[in-house]
Design a protein around this ligand. Structure first.
Ligand code: 13P
Ligand code: 13P
Ligand code: MG
Ligand code: MG
Length: 364
């Protein structure tokens, strides 16, 4: 076709079943029905991770296309209606605005979109997490595109050897900054090592300029000005032939690194890689989890998914995650299991602080 393809992943929590643990099947059915009945898309796949609905869509309208965003918004509004009828938990949780105004960015849903020429073979991985924040992708994305101990291709594949450019967003000050690796690795790590504030938005090959990865970076609580749930981010990564291999892209998740989220969005916990069927966080509303679905794109068609973390190769990561979960849980309300005060400002604490404000007296 020669025409560029856009891969859009747009997600929202519009009501949990039961509590914050899953999505009611009626909502997924409605989302599928609506996307199937629309002629804007080349293909789509509807799925859920925890209580978040993920719309994985291919089309030819580019990123930030109003009609695609409107379609996703309409799906989430319709699903919110079903959630309300069923009195599902937190119906409409992530829809922060009443009316659509051209783009779902800033309205609550998470968006990861990229436009590219489909290569001769185009393997992609869609990562979807529940009970955590966008900065959760910093560690694995750095490992995949910046660390030769993870990605041997950076060393031995001439197509990767030129390195990658990382676009980082400051989620509090709303600024962006680029770093080129390997030269600026230490500078990059100064920022992305603070995932509550800085998140990797996109990554580009320096040799081809092609986009390699992109993630959703909305901060729900900052948008809403109160605690409404965690962001539960998504991330899309292109693989092979000039990009890291599928196995290199999945490898960082063998280490269940600590992320912010879990119960009431207020705790550190291990990010546990799981199969889609196991993506229902229940223990203390967690632990936070991540699903990786693989697709081969064929003229925009989504062949798949391949449910990567169903692999027993990730059993040990799950075991470590559970051991870390046990250890952290024993801290109860104490940091560092509970988030530090600066991060709690964006979660559930401010109202309690406000109530007690007058009880504080000065000491010498
Ligand atoms: P409520 O029980 O007041 O809705 O808040 C808790 C919550 O939803 C976090 O799990
Ligand atoms: P979600 O962000 O997945 O809705 O979870 C909210 C929460 O408070 C869980 O305890
Ligand atoms: Mg929820
Ligand atoms: Mg969620």
């Amino acid at each position: 076709m020669g025409q560029k393809l856009t891969l859009s992943v747009i997600k929202a929590d519009v009501g949990g079943f039961v509590g914050h643990c899953g999505v009611h099947p009626d909502l997924l059915e409605e989302a599928r029905r609506m996307l199937a009945g629309c002629d804007l898309l080349v293909d789509f796949h509807v799925t859920s991770v925890g209580d978040d609905i993920n719309l994985i869509m291919t089309h030819r309208r580019g990123t930030d296309a109003e009609e695609i965003h409107r379609l996703a918004w309409d799906v989430f509004v319709a699903c919110t209606g079903l959630a309300r009828e069923r009195k599902l938990y937190g119906a409409g949780q992530d829809l922060l605005k009443d009316a659509f105004s051209g783009n779902v960015r800033g309205m609550g849903p998470g968006v990861a979109e990229m436009e590219f020429e489909e290569r001769e073979s185009e393997p992609v991985v869609v990562f979807m997490a529940d009970k955590t924040e966008p900065g959760a992708w910093n560690y694995p994305l750095f490992k995949v595109f910046g660390d030769p101990f993870n990605t041997i291709g950076l060393v031995i594949d001439p197509k990767l050897h030129g390195g990658f450019r990382f676009e980082v967003h400051d989620l509090i000050e709303h600024r962006a900054v680029d770093f080129v690796l390997p030269e600026e690795m230490y500078d990059l790590l100064v920022f992305i090592g603070a995932p509550g504030r800085f998140a990797i938005k996109s990554i580009y090959s320096r040799q081809t300029g092609w986009i390699a990865a992109t993630s959703s970076t909305q901060k729900l609580n900052l948008l809403a000005g109160r605690y409404v749930g965690k962001d539960d981010p998504v991330c899309v990564v292109r693989c092979q032939s000039g990009f890291p291999a599928v196995g290199e892209v999945l490898e960082p998740f063998a280490m269940p690194h600590l992320v912010a989220g879990w119960m009431r969005g207020s705790h550190q916990g291990p990010l546990m890689p799981v199969a889609q069927r196991d993506a229902h966080p229940t223990r203390f509303d967690g632990p936070p989890r991540v699903v990786a679905l693989g697709f081969q794109l064929a003229n925009g068609r989504l062949l798949g998914p391949q449910d990567f973390f169903a692999d027993p190769g990730y059993d040990r990561a799950r075991q470590i995650a559970l051991e870390v979960a046990d250890y952290l849980r024993r801290h109860g309300p104490f940091e560092p299991h509970r988030l530090g005060l600066d991060q709690m400002e964006y979660t559930t604490l401010p109202q309690v602080m406000e109530k007690l404000r007058d009880r504080f007296r000065a000491v010498d």
